[in-house]
Write a protein that binds this ligand. Structure first.
Ligand SMILES: [Ca+2]
Ligand SMILES: [Ca+2]
Ligand SMILES: [Ca+2]
Ligand SMILES: [Ca+2]
Ligand SMILES: [Zn+2]
Length: 453
C-alpha cells in the first residue's frame, strides 16, 4: 500500500469519530453503547460470563460498574454489576438486588440474570421504562454466586453444592470419590431397585464404596444467618453428605459471606427489593420459608409474586406452602434481616411432571435408571433466550409494581380490570360506528371511471 493510500482511511476514521454532523455543527444524539454480541443459544461457562460482564462495563462505563464482591473456595471472583444512570440527578436511589446460581446444576439460573444485565444496558437509552428505572434505582446483579459450580456441573450435572473441600464420609480424605461417566455417554445415571440405589461411578480410593465423597460442599441456600439450623424446618441438614448440608456455621462459606458483606456495605444503596433465581421447578416464591406462618408483609409480597407470575406464566405462593420449610434460606435472610422484599423465582424444571419422569426412566431387570438430570433442571439451548426474555419482562413489570407499592398506591381491584375492559370495548364499538358513518374512500365514496358514464 502506497503512503497516500492511508489518507482516505484516516479521513474515514476522523469522520466516524466526529459523527455525521461534523465537528460541533449539530448536537449529537447520545451514543448508544457498542454492546457485546452475546449468543443466547448456549450455556455460558465462567470465562465467557466474566468476559460479557467486563465488556458491558467497557461499553457503557457511565452505566455499569463491575465489582468483585469476593472469591469462592476455588479462588474465582464472584462478580457483581452495579447498573444505574450515573449522569442524571442522583439523590436517594433504592437498590434492587438480583442474584443467580446458588446451585451448581441450575445453569439456567445464571443465564437469566446475565441476560437481564445485558438487556438493561442495551435498552438504557432507547426504552423509556428502562431509562426511567435506571434514573431512580441501582440494579445490583450477581449472575453466579457459586462460580465454582459451573465447571463441576459439566462433569457431574447432579452437583448442587459449592466446592468447600469436605470429608463427607469421615475417612480423613477429602472429596476422594465423586461420580464418573463410566460408559462415556456424557451423562451420569442414577439407579435404584428394591434393595439399593446409587450413581454411576467407580471406587476411586479402593475402600469398597462407590461415590461416597463428592466434590464439596455446602448448600449455599441453607447457609444464611436467619433461622440457620432451625430444627423445626424440614430442610437444612447437619450431615455433610446430604444435598442440603447447611455448613458448619451460619455464613461459613466465602460465597454467602460475599453476598452478605456486599448487601450490608456502605457501598450499596438501601436494597429494597431482591430476587434470586433457581431452577428445578417453575414458580415464584416468597417468605417465609422457615415456617408455614405468613410474614408481616404477606400482602405486598403476594402482590409482587403475582405480578411476576402472571407475566412469566408461573404459579406463585408463599415458599412454605408450595414446597417445604427451609432453614438458613436466602429470601428469609434478605427479608428478615435486611428488610428487603424478596422473591425466589424457579425458572424451569420438571418437578412434579410424572409423565416426563416416566419417559426419562428406563427399567432393566428390575433396576431403574435415570440419566437426564441436566434436562430436569435446564431447558434445551434453543429455549434459553425465550425464557430469559419472558423473565426480563416479568422483572420490569414487578419492579414497576414495587414502585407503586413504595408510593403507597393500592393494587387495582379485580372489578377495575373488568370495568376497564368494558370501557375499552365500548370505545372500540364507538370508533367502528364512527368510521362506518363517515363518507370517504370506502364503498360509498367510490367513483366510476368516466369512460363508463
Ligand atoms: Ca472422605
Ligand atoms: Ca466431599
Ligand atoms: Ca454415563
Ligand atoms: Ca470409594
Ligand atoms: Zn436451587
Amino acid at each position: 500500500m502506497g503512503r497516500w493510500a492511508v489518507v482516505p482511511l484516516v479521513l474515514m476514521m476522523l469522520f466516524s469519530a466526529l459523527g455525521p454532523g461534523g465537528a460541533g455543527s449539530v448536537k449529537r444524539p447520545k451514543a448508544l453503547p457498542a454492546l457485546p454480541d452475546v449468543d443466547w443459544g448456549h450455556y455460558h461457562d465462567y470465562a465467557e460470563m466474566a468476559n460479557i460482564l467486563a465488556e458491558l462495563e467497557t461499553s457503557a462505563p457511565e452505566l455499569v460498574e463491575l465489582i468483585s464482591i469476593g472469591k469462592s473456595w476455588s479462588n474465582n471472583d464472584i462478580w457483581a454489576l452495579a447498573i444505574t444512570n450515573e449522569t442524571g440527578p442522583q439523590g436517594e436511589k433504592k437498590g434492587i438486588l438480583i442474584v443467580g446460581y446458588h446451585h451448581a446444576r441450575e445453569r439456567i439460573s445464571l443465564e437469566v440474570p446475565l441476560y437481564i444485565a445485558w438487556r438493561l444496558v442495551s435498552e438504557a437509552m432507547t426504552n423509556e421504562t428502562v431509562a426511567s428505572l435506571l434514573g431512580q434505582l441501582v440494579f445490583y446483579i450477581i449472575p453466579a454466586l457459586n462460580p465454582d459450580g459451573i465447571a463441576v456441573s459439566e462433569l457431574n450435572p447432579w452437583q448442587r453444592k459449592n466446592l468447600r473441600p469436605l470429608d463427607d464420609d469421615g475417612d480423613g480424605l477429602v472429596d476422594e470419590d465423586p461420580p464418573e461417566d463410566v460408559d462415556g455417554d456424557g451423562k451420569i445415571y442414577f439407579w435404584w431397585n428394591d434393595t439399593a440405589s446409587g450413581f454411576e461411578g467407580v471406587d476411586n480410593d479402593g475402600d469398597g464404596l462407590i461415590n461416597e465423597d463428592w466434590l464439596g460442599g455446602v448448600d449455599l441456600n441453607r447457609n444464611y444467618g436467619f433461622h440457620w439450623g432451625d430444627p423445626s424446618a424440614m430442610s437444612g441438614s447437619p450431615d455433610p453428605s446430604d444435598e442440603d448440608y447447611r455448613g458448619p456455621t451460619a455464613f461459613s462459606e466465602p460465597e454467602t459471606q460475599a453476598l452478605r458483606d456486599f448487601v450490608l456495605s456502605e457501598q450499596t444503596e438501601d436494597i429494597a427489593l431482591a430476587i434470586s433465581y433457581h431452577s428445578g421447578a417453575a414458580c415464584v416464591l416468597y417468605p417465609w420459608s422457615y415456617t408455614s406462618e405468613p410474614c408481616p408483609d404477606e400482602d405486598k409480597l403476594l402482590r409482587l409474586a403475582k405480578t411476576y407470575g402472571l407475566v412469566a406464566g408461573y404459579p406463585y405462593e408463599r415458599w412454605s406452602t408450595i414446597t417445604y420449610t427451609c432453614s438458613g434460606e436466602w429470601g428469609d435472610w434478605m427479608y428478615g434481616e435486611v428488610g428487603a422484599l424478596s422473591l425466589t423465582v424457579e425458572l424451569y424444571g420438571m418437578h412434579g411432571d410424572e409423565t416426563w419422569w416416566d419417559e426419562h426412566t428406563e427399567e432393566v431387570n428390575g433396576t431403574y435408571y435415570f440419566k437426564d438430570v441436566w434436562e430436569y433442571f435446564n431447558p434445551p439451548e434453543e429455549q434459553i433466550e425465550a425464557i430469559c426474555a419472558k423473565n426480563y419482562r416479568a422483572l420490569l413489570t414487578t419492579i414497576m409494581e414495587f414502585l407503586k407499592i413504595s408510593a403507597g398506591e393500592e393494587e387495582l381491584p379485580p372489578t377495575w380490570d373488568i370495568a376497564l375492559a368494558f370501557l375499552v370495548f365500548l370505545m372500540a364499538v364507538l370508533v367502528i360506528l364512527l368510521l362506518l358513518s363517515l363518507p370517504g374512500k370506502g364503498a360509498a365514496g367510490w367513483r366510476r371511471p368516466s369512460r363508463f358514464s
